[in-house]
Design a protein around this ligand. Structure first.
Ligand SMILES: CCCCC/C=C/C(=O)SCCNC(=O)CCNC(=O)[C@H](O)C(C)(C)COP(=O)(O)OP(=O)(O)OC[C@H]1O[C@@H](n2cnc3c(N)ncnc32)[C@H](O)[C@@H]1OP(=O)(O)O
Ligand SMILES: NC(=O)C1=CN([C@@H]2O[C@H](COP(=O)(O)OP(=O)(O)OC[C@H]3O[C@@H](n4cnc5c(N)ncnc54)[C@H](OP(=O)(O)O)[C@@H]3O)[C@@H](O)[C@H]2O)C=CC1
Length: 279
């Protein structure tokens, strides 16, 4: 689909690159010639993904253990990265969510989602952006958002708020940082099966699954998202700035995808609270 050198000479940080969609994007970027840094909290998971990428594609892949909720840790990670040269691309992919009735959310529960999803992505963007501007270096920020930025989404309100905040960041910085040579773009994925998303959003007691509700009758393929991401961060997309591309098979045009939860009984929600998944 692409020239195999599409991302040659690009140095890319993927947050949450050790698993899920972050790992799938990293894989495609490596295949297209990029140098990668993947970050997350689980060092073993990162090392495993990096080793596989090196074995398969032979390029340079580094890992950074970093909890992006911690602004000082993000600054330290960026300092370390910049010691070897500037990044060219930041992919804000790391995030967290879970389903819950909003009236049951404590402040700590809301912060557990907002801290990595909104604040963490903002810390990464600010740390990369200020270095690009100081060094007169061009850059691209790709943020992985959600169609909840368009529809809102019942029962995952902090996630919908965080993603909408990042969409505002994407649009705002397109204007503020565009003149400095920095593009900001986003993808709003529909359902793409990953251990993280399935574990947090689709407990076994829920419906037959998102594929049944999708106009195309299926969920997304990781390769589809990875290809779109590769294009958006490449020089081929050099005139796309401040845009969010929806990749959901048209699902958000029917509904936000959470309405089945309105039918849940108090007993089902109590069981969900009791059985919550933790990473
Ligand atoms: C079409 C589909 C669109 C989907 C759009 C978005 C999708 C995604 O984002 S998919 C990514 C999903 N992946 C993950 O969430 C992985 C990362 N997850 C985590 O890091 C954690 O599981 C966590 C952040 C979700 C929670 O972990 P942690 O911060 O360690 O939480 P604590 O145990 O310290 O609890 C803090 C606070 O939050 C309450 N809480 C935690 N989980 C739940 C839950 N499932 N339901 C309700 N409440 C929960 C917990 O009770 C604590 O509050 P207090 O009890 O008041 O102290
Ligand atoms: N899968 C889907 O259907 C959809 C996904 N999305 C978005 O796509 C992106 C990827 O989701 P997906 O792959 O499914 O989710 P996963 O749960 O599989 O991956 C989340 C990644 O984020 C990392 N992460 C979480 N918290 C932190 C933190 N505090 N600091 C650093 N890294 C962190 C995790 O690594 P670790 O645990 O090691 O820290 C993990 O690698 C997210 O932004 C999500 O909102 C949007 C719509 C739909």
């Amino acid at each position: 689909m692409f020239d195999k050198t599409l991302l040659a000479n690009k140095r890319i940080l993927v947050t949450g690159g050790g698993s899920g969609l972050g790992a799938s994007m990293s894989r495609r970027f490596a295949e297209l010639g990029a140098e990668l840094i993947i970050c997350g909290r689980r060092l073993e998971q990162l090392e495993q993904t990096a080793a596989q990428l090196r074995a398969d594609f032979g390029g340079k892949v580094s890992v950074a253990r970093c909890d992006i909720r911690d602004a000082a840790a993000v600054e330290a990670m960026m300092e370390t990265i910049w010691c070897d040269g500037p990044l060219d691309v930041l992919v804000n992919n790391a995030a967290a969510t879970f389903i819950a009735q909003s009236e049951h959310l404590s402040a700590r529960a809301a912060d557990a989602i907002l801290a990595p999803t909104l604040h963490g992505a903002m810390y990464c963007t600010l740390e990369a952006g200020r270095r690009w501007i100081a060094g007169h270096h061009k850059g691209v920020v790709l943020s992985i958002l959600s169609t909840s930025t368009i529809t809102g989404r019942a029962f995952t309100v902090p996630s919908a708020m965080a993603k909408s905040g990042l969409l505002a960041m994407t649009k705002s910085l397109a204007v503020e940082w565009g003149p400095r040579g920095i593009r900001t773009v986003a993808i709003a994925p529909g359902p793409f099966p990953t251990t993280g998303a399935t574990g947090q959003l689709r407990p076994e007691t829920r419906d037959s699954g998102p594929a049944a509700q999708n106009p195309l009758g299926r969920v997304g393929k990781h390769s589809e998202l990875a290809n779109l991401a590769s294009f958006l961060i490449s020089d081929q997309a050099g005139y796309i700035n401040g845009e969010m591309v929806v990749q959901d098979g048209g699902a958000h045009l029917r509904a936000s995808g959470a309405e089945d939860l309105l039918q849940w009984s108090d007993a089902q929600w109590a069981a969900q609270r009791a059985a919550r998944t933790k990473t």
